[in-house]
Design a protein around this ligand. Structure first.
Ligand code: ARG
Length: 703
């Protein structure tokens, strides 16, 4: 006969909802009936006594949540990890529970101060004793999991809770005998669900619906073949019984008002110890260092938020706050993640934000051979737009050809290792590729405080907050830059969509090209077709550009245009033949401004110049972007996204679109050099040309 099962409870003498520390308590302060609560607790006590020995801890006045003994601690054998409550409202319970455990012969382990762990509310043994499921995200800190693994010598599987109604693991997760699991999957993030599915076969998972979940169906006490719980739906009852259990329902709605039910009101103090189960934990930690205007520029907030949003946790080990307006701060942060996969995700983001390893624990990057032509090893590091360095043979090597969404290819030459950003399809045998996130850093200049404000969106036609004057101010700034770049022999690349033509921007863009402000043009078939249609017939997609009305038969104009260019062989030949005499494409030909028109599935024609081989077109875009100082993105989301991916940080980007969502998407590169302008692109170009004219000939306008 095995040892009897023991369960710890605490009578509800002082139970009430006195404060709000979870969503269930909201609106329920002092709304529970003490008598009904007492009756419900006694009924539960009665049922449990049929199946286990119940020990009682003395309730204490002033600690109303002490009834929830699940949160006293976590017991295995004669060891207990005492709860370290997150909320001050419950911290006063700790000494009473500690006293009970000590009086009953347990060895008590305590988490360090500021490392919350809420006992068996957030830690549930697999009922076969194989491992411990531990929750985090609301009450318990991830960093407590390795301590528990060590103290209790058991494998800990970390699960992240994401729905604050299910703030403790035992509110949405209940391991049952025989390896069964009753749980509410939406309460967990994707990684956790994946882990659950890895450990518990489908046939043993009983996933419940929201209606049962909000009745705390998972907050059940399983003793051998009996499952004791609050009221549940007949369907769920059938499912649990179908798995071979006997269901005992007992109303506990008075306790639901505080966010608890059957399981919360109990703590099992006898758990099976398997001799061959030992400590194991997949929680990982790494310490990183960040320098810059960490507070003023919000970098530290962003970094720490990101860690938590991605499912990790952090501890700021050191924070050296710069004291003067211009001094930078230095922070050392220990980052924890439930496993190496989540850690890699977090580290990629932190590296992008400029986090580096502490000087003493810098490591070399991990390199793996290219397995197949055009294929990277799994876990390859995905590049960003930021200048990157990679540590090889204890030296930091700058990565060449920086672009987004590539891999870092490494070649070992006589002169030393050479690292280059490459598209997957360009990887060659004999090259190595950086995998993981070790030995990588991005080189960021600490944002100068003044500059930080320049990354804003300026709305013109859009919301009421911004003024025309604001758009004029941005246009002034852009005109100034355009002038400077032109006069210094720099490079401006324009990527433009057909809207530029429809909104009457053709003449202005033509002006920019004619006057040497544009060094390359990137677009698709459409912009060229509509530009030439306008030059030849005065319409754009059949709309008269002077009158603004569709002309009869106009919808065929663009096809006639395409046909004309096809007859002459190319846009340049149409110009040479004296047929095409104005417009954007005409100016490109005349000024020898190279262009690339990338084809797509919807292209009519296409024009002979349109590159329908997309790989070719991508290559050509990248070539034309090389060495650019500025990119003007004019109302084409598709081509602009492509361009954005190919362009490293440091290149000034101006994105103009009438749709704020497009502007946000494109200008949100986390780099200060991008400016978004929400406005009509035709209007923008006309303002820009006006401003450039004003710079060239200041007195003409003032007269
Ligand atoms: N009012 C208590 C709290 O918010 C309820 C605790 C429920 N216990 C549990 N193991 N889920 O802490």
């Amino acid at each position: 006969m095995s040892d009897p099962i023991r369960i710890l409870m605490c009578a509800p003498e002082h139970y009430d909802v006195d404060y709000v520390i979870n969503p269930w308590m909201e609106g329920n302060v002092h709304k529970s009936s003490r008598d009904r609560a007492a009756d419900q607790w006694h009924d539960l006590h009665h049922i449990i006594k049929e199946h286990a020995i119940v020990d009682l801890v003395e309730p204490v006045k002033g600690w109303p949540d002490m009834v929830f003994t699940a949160n006293a601690g976590l017991v295995l054998g004669d060891q207990v990890v005492l709860s370290r409550f997150l909320h001050p409202e419950r911290q006063g319970e700790e000494p009473y529970f500690k006293a009970w455990f000590e009086a009953n012969g347990y060895t008590v382990h305590e988490c360090p101060p500021d490392l919350p762990f809420e006992g068996a509310g957030d830690a549930l043994f697999d009922r076969e004793g194989r491992w411990l499921w531990a929750g985090y995200g609301f009450r318990t800190e991830l960093d407590s999991h390795p301590l528990i693994a060590q103290w209790l010598d058991i494998e800990v599987l970390s699960l992240r809770l994401v729905d604050n109604r299910f703030y403790h693991l035992d509110t949405c997760f209940c391991p049952l005998k025989g390896g069964y699991l009753l749980y509410y999957p939406p309460a967990f993030d994707a990684y956790s669900n994946h882990l659950i599915e890895e450990r518990v076969p489908a046939a043993k998972r009983i996933a419940i619906a929201e209606a049962d979940a909000v009745n705390f169906a998972c907050n059940a006490v399983n003793v051998e073949d009996v499952v004791i719980m609050n009221r549940i739906s007949p369907e769920l009852q059938a499912a649990i019984e179908g798995a071979g259990f006997q269901v005992r329902q007992t109303p506990l709605n008075e306790f639901l008002k505080a966010g608890g039910a059957a399981k919360c009101l109990t703590l099992r103090t006898t758990e099976p110890i398997l001799p061959d189960v030992h400590a194991a934990v997949s929680v990982q930690s790494r310490t990183v260092q960040m320098r810059g205007h960490l507070l003023d520029a919000g970098i530290l907030n962003n970094a720490l938020d990101l860690v938590v949003e991605r499912g990790g946790s952090f501890k700021v080990l050191n924070f050296d706050l710069g004291t003067e307006r211009h001094s930078t701060s230095l922070a050392q942060v220990r980052v924890s993640a439930p496993d190496s996969e989540v850690m890699a995700e977090i580290m990629m983001e932190l590296i992008r934000m400029g986090a580096v390893e502490r000087p003493d624990d810098e490591q070399n990057a991990q390199l793996e051979d290219v397995p197949l032509v055009g294929v990277a090893p799994d876990d390859f590091y995905v590049t960003t737009i930021y200048p990157t360095e990679v540590r090889i043979n204890d030296q930091w090597v700058r990565v060449g050809n920086q672009r987004m969404d590539g891999a870092i290819a490494v070649r070992h030459t006589e002169a030393g290792p050479v690292a280059t950003c490459k598209l997957l399809r360009d990887l060659e045998l004999g090259e190595q590729v950086v995998v993981g996130t070790q030995g990588l850093r991005t080189v960021r200049k600490p944002a100068e405080r003044e500059q930080r404000t320049s990354k804003q969106e300026f709305s013109f036609m859009g919301s009421g907050v911004s003024s025309e004057r604001r758009v004029e101010l941005v246009v002034e700034q852009i005109a100034w830059d355009l002038r400077r770049i032109r006069d210094q022999g720099g490079k401006v690349v324009v990527t433009a969509g057909p809207v530029v033509i429809h909104t009457g921007g053709s003449q202005h863009l033509s002006h920019l090209i004619r006057n040497g402000y544009v060094q390359a043009l990137l677009g698709g078939n459409a912009i060229a077709v509509h530009d030439i249609e306008q030059a030849l017939m005065g319409t754009s997609l059949g709309v008269d550009m002077k009158q603004g009305v569709p002309v009869s038969g106009g919808h065929r104009h663009h096809l006639k245009t395409i046909n004309t260019v096809r007859r002459y062989g190319s846009i340049a030949q149409t110009v040479e033949a004296g047929v095409l005499t104005k417009g954007v494409m005409y100016e490109c030909v005349k000024q020898h401004v190279p262009f690339c028109l990338a084809g797509s599935i919807r292209d009519d024609g296409p024009l002979p110049d349109t590159e329908m081989d997309l790989l070719q077109a991508q290559g050509e875009y990248a070539r034309l972007l090389e060495g650019a100082d500025m990119v003007l993105m004019l109302s084409t989301m598709l081509h602009s996204i492509g361009v954005g991916n190919m362009t490293p940080a440091g290149v000034k980007m101006v994105c103009v679109d009438i749709n704020p969502a497009v502007v946000t998407k494109l200008s949100d590169r986390g780099s200060i050099e991008s400016i978004g302008v929400v406005t009509d692109v035709g209007l923008f170009l006309s303002l820009l040309v006006q401003q450039l004219e004003r710079l060239t000939n200041p007195y003409a306008v003032m007269a």
